[in-house]
Design a protein around this ligand. Structure first.
Ligand SMILES: [Zn+2]
Length: 408
């Protein structure tokens, strides 16, 4: 069957897409760069006007953080861009993306360049400014189809996905609750493989508070926070594999100062990935027991902070149906597609927690994300926009049990 014209026409926008992508990538929008995020947000709000949807700029919630001295503070989070069209339609799709990147304003990685193999290297070109462009072009194409009126859609683009989406979680939950299907635009692998089931994730802190003393004269009076924390860290590390698929990664340590002082403060931060919600309960209890024991031995106060920000995203029967539909659309474009489980997680986890079946790697094909070798494959801009336009169209013209369900 020939492809509908609203799908084939996307190819005409190829050059424009590449130009826009480079323009967007040159705006630094790291999760903590509020000015950059506002500039990026304004750019996106303008670009999405073309869809005819109602564009709003929504505030994020500030995120509580624990400073290196153990004190609590809050971090401001950039805006959320929301675009809504036909919100009262019987079939409602939520399309999500994030405009933040992991590259700080001080990073030397700020510009795009073409690699000798033709791939575009640049900050956020795959993760996920390229994906936002795919989303936009899929919507623009779908809106030209006769079946567009069958679907109501909402776009959410947040500013804090790379730091756990604390500030936008309430909005993801609210919008997720009123939709029937979620489409997210994280990059697929370079060969086009999508992410299936995903692990859950959480970020934690252990703060050790001992007692300062002169290292020579009064060493016995001091309580060394670093020594106690070191013991904690080795035991945290050993929790990896304690449940199937569970990993604990201590990624940062700080503490101490002058070498002639027994240090009274030290801290480590770590990330946890898990397959089952129950594993989190087991892990938290195990860590508390470790802290209690070491705290007693060393007479150092040990406090666990942080939480799980993203629950695991399992492969459900509804999600299987969605993948089947996506693969069918891929086949119409001549793509052979597959999905694999991954340890990575994203806002698709948050949406799955609201019960929303969602495919989360519909963005460009790319790789080496979160590094200065990040690349995207230029032809995937058109290819993946066509794929998502077809998915939207297929959703508009098919019946699924998850449609019509009142989830609000
Ligand atoms: Zn991403």
């Amino acid at each position: 069957m020939p492809l509908p014209q609203f799908v084939t026409d996307i190819a005409d926008r190829s050059d424009l897409m590449m130009k826009t992508l480079q323009k967007w990538a040159h705006i630094n929008s790291s999760s903590d760069n509020l000015t950059g995020l506002e500039e990026m947000g304004a750019c996106l709000a303008k670009a999405f006007e073309e869809t005819g949807g109602t564009v709003s700029v929504l505030p994020s919630k500030p995120m509580p953080v624990i400073l290196q001295n153990g004190a609590e503070a809050v971090q401001k989070i950039g805006p959320i861009i929301q675009i809504v069209k036909r919100p009262t339609a019987n079939k409602r799709i939520l399309l999500c993306g994030h405009m933040d990147t992991v590259f700080p304003t001080t990073s030397p990685f700020q510009f795009c360049k073409f690699q000798p193999d033709g791939r575009l290297n640049g900050p956020g070109v795959a993760d996920m400014k390229g994906g936002i462009l795919v989303m936009l072009n899929a919507l623009l194409a779908f809106e030209k189809s006769d079946e567009a009126s069958q679907i109501g859609w909402e776009v959410l683009i947040n500013s804090d996905e790379e730091i756990g989406s604390f500030g936008s979680a309430h909005q993801l939950a609210e919008s997720g609750n009123r939709a029937h299907v979620g489409l997210l635009f994280e990059p697929s692998l370079a060969d086009g493989t999508l992410a299936g089931a995903r692990k859950g994730s959480g970020n934690f802190t252990v703060t050790a508070e001992g007692k300062a003393a002169h290292a020579g004269r009064d060493h016995h009076l001091g309580r060394n926070a670093i020594a106690a924390l070191a013991k904690v860290i080795t035991q945290l590390d050993q929790l990896t594999g304690g449940r199937e698929g569970l990993t604990v990664n201590v990624g940062e340590i700080s503490g101490g100062g002058a070498l002639n002082v027994v240090p009274d403060l030290a801290q480590c931060r770590f990330n946890v990935r898990l397959k089952e919600v129950d594993d989190g309960v087991w892990l938290t209890a195990t860590i508390q027991a470790i802290l209690a024991k070491i705290s007693k031995e060393h007479e150092v106060e040990l406090t666990l902070g942080g939480s799980f920000s993203r629950p695991p995203k399992p492969m459900t029967p509804d999600l299987e149906k969605l993948f089947k539909l996506a693969f069918k659309c891929g086949a119409e474009l001549g793509l052979s597609m597959s999905a694999n489980p991954t340890g990575g997680c994203c806002d698709g986890n948050n949406l799955a927690a609201t019960g929303l079946p969602n495919i989360d790697t519909l963005g460009v094909r790319g790789g080496n994300i979160h590094s200065d070798r990040e690349f995207m494959i230029p032809e995937s801009l058109v290819e993946r926009s066509q794929l998502s336009a077809l998915i939207l169209h297929k959703l508009a013209t098919s019946e699924f049990s998850f449609f019509g369900e009142d989830r609000s």
